[in-house]
Design a protein around this ligand. Structure first.
Ligand SMILES: Nc1nc2c(ncn2[C@@H]2O[C@H](COP(=O)(O)OP(=O)(O)O)[C@@H](O)[C@H]2O)c(=O)[nH]1
Ligand SMILES: [Mg+2]
Length: 307
């Protein structure tokens, strides 16, 4: 249990940091001065839950809270939402969704609307996680809306990363290919009550088989709790394994930079004289689009894409 007083001061400390009234060090010092920093050394397990809007992340988090509480662990949730602080749309929704835990002193829930202009995780998110850790919570769950590259920043915050997707989100597996296998500790196909869940899970399993790490692919129905015991088991296994987030962050950074370099090389190749000749042929209708792509890839020296 986390005393009500600690919960209240934690909420205030997060607000102070979020509003820029103090930095995280100041907030932690204040926290300690209030006699709250019971934790020196022990660390919360930080679980990142990321995925597209509407995938069922908040519903899943609600179920996870239930699971951790049943295990006697205290849980803080930091839900980062890109919606405007002025509209409060989905933020309010999250609060309502997790409302049933409101009276539980082992649970702290905080929605943060703030994000940086670029769409990244606001620094305040990181600070909120540190503060929740200092407050003594056993588990901190960070829910972020992941679209494209944005979710990847969660690497800097979380020890274990769960990427949530849903069936029949046509290009979700494609999006995931752009480097998510480097950061995901597990994939969850939520809404497994909908058609296409098995196919999506199979797609993901094929994809993760190519990687070096073992990444479980699970299916859940967050609404009724189907698959939650397996998800909790998988999380327990990852938490116990002490997977190094530093290793993962470095791997991801290498992939990101290699991808950036490849993009730069492709753009440069497209500016070459050889490439201009191919593109002229495309304009003159003497070459098909597919043949133009193959020819340009050949100029780039990369593997030709077979269609
Ligand atoms: N059919 C179905 N609906 C779900 C499931 N999980 C969540 N939902 C619903 O999907 C909607 C979006 O859920 P929410 O948790 O807010 O998604 P988030 O935006 O990813 O946090 C809500 O109406 C949920 O009730 C599921 O497993 N199956
Ligand atoms: Mg949500």
């Amino acid at each position: 249990m986390i005393a009500h007083r600690v919960q209240r001061d934690l909420a205030r400390a997060i607000s102070a940091v979020e509003n820029g009234h103090t930095d995280v060090r100041g907030a932690l010092a204040q926290f300690a001065a209030l006699g709250h920093a019971q934790r020196n050394g022990a660390r919360a397990d930080v679980i990142g839950i990321t995925g597209p809007p509407g995938a069922g992340k908040s519903t899943l988090v609600d179920r996870l809270i239930e699971g951790f509480r049943a295990n006697g662990e205290t849980v803080a949730v930091i839900a980062v939402d890109p919606s405007s602080p002025f509209t409060h749309g989905a933020v309010l929704g999250d609060r309502v969704r997790m409302q049933r835990h409101a009276g539980d002193r082992g649970v702290f829930i905080r929605s943060m609307a703030s994000r940086t202009a670029g769409g990244g995780l606001a620094p305040a998110t990181r600070d909120a996680v540190r503060l929740a850790d200092a407050a003594g919570f056993d588990v901190v769950i960070v829910e972020t809306v992941g679209v494209g590259q944005v979710e990847l920043e969660i690497v800097a915050v979380a020890d274990v990363i769960v990427v949530v997707t849903v069936p029949a989100l046509g290009d979700s597996v494609q999006t995931i290919k752009a480097g998510l296998t480097e950061i995901a500790d597990m994939f969850v196909v939520n809404m497994a009550d909908r058609p296409g869940a098995n196919a999506t899970a199979l797609d993901l399993k094929h994809m993760v088989r190519e990687g070096a790490r073992e990444i479980p692919v699970l299916q859940t129905v967050a609404q009724d709790g189907t698959g939650l015991p397996a998800l909790l088991d998988a999380l327990a296994a990852k938490r116990g394994a002490g997977d190094s987030n530093a290793v993962r962050a470095v791997r991801f950074e290498v992939v990101r930079r290699a991808r950036d370099a490849a993009v730069r090389a492709a753009l440069a190749a497209l500016d070459s004289d050889d490439a201009s000749a191919v593109l002229d042929g495309l304009r003159d209708h003497t070459i098909s689009r597919n043949d133009a792509v193959d020819a340009l890839l050949a100029i780039l020296g990369g593997p030709a894409h077979a269609h």
